[in-house]
Design a protein around this ligand. Sequence first.
Ligand SMILES: [Zn+2]
Length: 101
Amino acid sequence: MERPPLSATKRCPHCGQWSAHRLQPDDRCEHCQQLLDPFGPERAAQMEKAWKWEMPPMMLLPIPATDPAWLRALKYLVRGGQLLFAATVSFILWLITAIAG
Ligand SMILES: [Zn+2]
């Protein structure tokens, strides 16, 4: 049996047929119209919550022009770290969503 590319198709957990997959949490099987990932919508909601939790601190760190140069450089560094952390977390969540099932 030929296995189609992982990114474009997914085996339906309900009827066992390969179905086109757009990597959306609410993708449905072409054959039986069931959710390809029964936990997709739940994970998508979790990911959204993680983003909301990660993003605000990054937005809240103010870098006023009145700060001395060394302090602004330090804050930019912290911001970069926060951005990197948020990106890493969202990438891991995306990876879990993409490879699960
Ligand atoms: Zn199906």
